[in-house]
Design a protein around this ligand. Sequence first.
Ligand SMILES: *Cc1c(COP(=O)(O)O)cnc(C)c1O
Length: 426
Amino acid sequence: MEKKTFVTKEQLEKMIAQYPTPFHLYDEKGIRENAKRLQEAFAWNKGYREYFAVKATPNPYILQLLKECGCGTDCSSATELMLSDGVGLSGHEIMFSSNDTPEGEFKQANDLGAIINLDDITHIACVEKELGYIPETISCRYNPGGIFEISNGIMDNPGDAKYGMTTEQMFEAFRILKEKGAKEFGIHAFLVSNTVTNDYYPMLAKVLFEVAVRLKEETGVHIGFINLSGGIGVAYHPDQEPNDIMRIGEGVRKVYEEILVPAGMGDVAIYTELGRFMLAPYGCLVSKVIHEKHTHKEYVGVDACAVNLMRPAMYGAYHHITVMGKENMPCDHKYDVVGSLCENNDKFAVDRLLPEIAIGDLLVIHDTGAHGFSMGYNYNGKLRSAELLLREDGTVQLIRRAETPQDYFATLDGCEMMKKYMTTHG
Ligand SMILES: *Cc1c(COP(=O)(O)O)cnc(C)c1O
């Protein structure tokens, strides 16, 4: 499928007059329409809720927008809980799906009324120690082990993943939790990331629904919800066929009616914790070409680098690139599009066919709305970029300013040398 930008060159030029590149730009209209489609796809399930995975795009304006679309949040750290609290989410609108949980965070989550999703059986004791009791509503994360296969092949290897409890541990955990006063149980699993197939959720649902029926029958607990978590992917590459969320919702419904309803479990709520699917296509990284280099290869140097978008460097991930204003020109030049880090993996594209590029061209790097800005870091003393939101009415809102050297040095607040330096150079 042809990949188009959600913003025009003219709009970008106006933005750049006020906010210099590089920056991440998000599309309110796209986010809202997609969230609405998701709600429609699962409208058949009475208790359905999407808990947006905060780690994908931890910006309060984005969380606020999703809250308006009926979404809660999925958190796994103290600051993600604070962000959720800050935008006015509370109680069961917050899911706490952490692992290797630092001390105090179960209490912090519980103080907000969040649902706690236990990654391990030993965390039962941690929760009890921190809270002094076991909450009435509690969830356990399941890892069936082995490999996860669908009709067209192996998807991933849960047996290698650090998350979740074994089947035996799930039964034991439910028995212990029930004995300690838990009344409403949830089951969670996240087995494969970035799936570009309509089969993943229904396949996962089948695994979870079957274990849910056994858990209910053998331990006598009431299962209130089943959390299919994240993992629905997006078509980063133009050759990929995007997921059809309506078909995914229908696929889950079919399995629900086959397995849960006959077991007398037609009241189970379906939860999701999507991150990538909610935001990735509705964000882009806008960068300007600042250098060309002709050596053993043809290089285009941009003013963004891997600190702004780590996925290509970390996973070799493909991100589509549009050269603004040259959309209809032939892609007859082969480039490596690189940033300025002193790291040779700092390449947004390798051997990419693009139109002939000139210094000053604006590049839009697609699908950076999730796991883009949020994976940023400060290597080489690089500063985090701004985040902008393209509102539905066409206006632009700065939802996070770019970092300054003052921000970078802020944690050296005990250092007289830098304090003195910044009073004359800040
Ligand atoms: C990362 C994560 C998600 C979101 O994953 P996506 O691939 O962005 O959909 C959901 N739940 C948990 C517990 C996660 O760690």
